[in-house]
Design a protein around this ligand. Structure first.
Ligand code: VGL
Ligand code: ZN
Length: 203
C-alpha cells in the first residue's frame, strides 16, 4: 500500500506569501501530475500556528533568522506565517484539494515548533500520522511539498526511522535555503537515512 503525502502546500509558502519559498508555485503542476496517479491514500499537512506562536520572531520582539532557545530547544525565528484560520494558512490554489482524504495539522502548540509531520521538534507529541498510516497498511510513503529543508526533510527522516519506505519527489519540493547549500544537504541527509530521492517521472 502506498500513500502520497503533500507537505504544507499553503499560501504563505508560495511567492508573495509571508514565508515565501522561491519558486514554490512551480510544484503545483507536479502535484497535478501526482494526483493523476494511483495511491491508496492521499494525505496532506498544514502548518497551523496560533498567532503568538513561539517560532515567530514577532512573539519575542526579534528579527526573523535569529536563533533562540525555546523551552529547551534551539529555534530559528520565522516571520509570522500560517496563522490558523487566515488566508495564508489555506492550501495554495491550482490543485485538487478535494482528493485529500485527511489533513494533519502541526505547529499548534505555541511552546514548540513542528517541522515533521509525525511529531513536534521535541518528539513529545505525535500528529496521528503514523497510526493512520499503520491502520491503512501503508508501507510506502511518497512525499512532496514545502519546504525541502524543513518540513519535508524532518518528515522524511522520521518516516525512515519509523520503518516506512520513504520516497522524496524532488521536482515536487522546493527549499527555503537560508544557506544556499541547505537544499542539497537536506537531500543528502534524507538519502543517508535510507530515503529514495526520485522524480515524479519515476513513479
Ligand atoms: C516550515 C519553517 C517554518 C515548512 C514551516 O513548512 O517547511 N518551515 N514553518
Ligand atoms: Zn511554521
Amino acid at each position: 500500500m502506498r500513500a502520497l503525502l503533500l507537505v504544507d502546500v499553503q499560501n504563505d509558502f508560495m511567492p508573495g506569501g509571508a514565508l515565501a519559498v522561491k519558486d514554490g508555485d512551480q510544484i503545483i503542476p507536479v502535484l497535478n501530475e501526482l494526483l493523476k496517479m494511483k495511491f491508496d491514500a492521499i494525505l496532506a499537512t498544514k502548518d497551523w500556528h496560533p498567532q503568538d506562536h513561539g517560532s515567530f520572531a514577532a512573539s519575542h520582539g526579534k528579527e526573523p533568522g535569529e536563533k533562540i532557545d525555546l523551552f529547551g530547544l534551539e529555534q530559528i525565528l520565522w516571520p509570522v506565517h500560517c496563522v490558523q484560520g487566515t488566508k495564508g494558512a489555506e492550501f495554495a490554489l491550482g490543485w485538487d484539494v478535494g482528493k485529500v482524504e485527511k489533513v494533519f495539522y502541526k505547529g499548534i502548540d505555541k511552546t514548540i515548533d513542528s517541522y515533521s509531520t509525525f511529531y513536534d521538534n521535541g518528539h513529545r507529541r505525535t500528529t496521528g500520522l503514523e497510526l493512520y498510516l499503520r491502520e491503512k497498511g501503508i508501507k510506502d510513503l511518497y512525499v512532496a511539498g514545502l519546504a525541502t529543508d524543513y518540513c519535508v526533510k524532518y518528515s522524511v527522516l522520521d518516516a525512515a526511522t519509523l520503518g516506512f519506505n520513504a520516497y522524496v519527489i524532488k521536482d515536487g519540493c522546493k527549499a527555503i535555503n537560508l544557506q544556499k547549500e541547505d537544499e542539497e544537504q537536506a537531500f543528502q541527509q534524507m538519502r543517508e537515512a535510507g530515503a529514495h530521492i526520485i522524480t515524479s517521472k519515476d513513479i
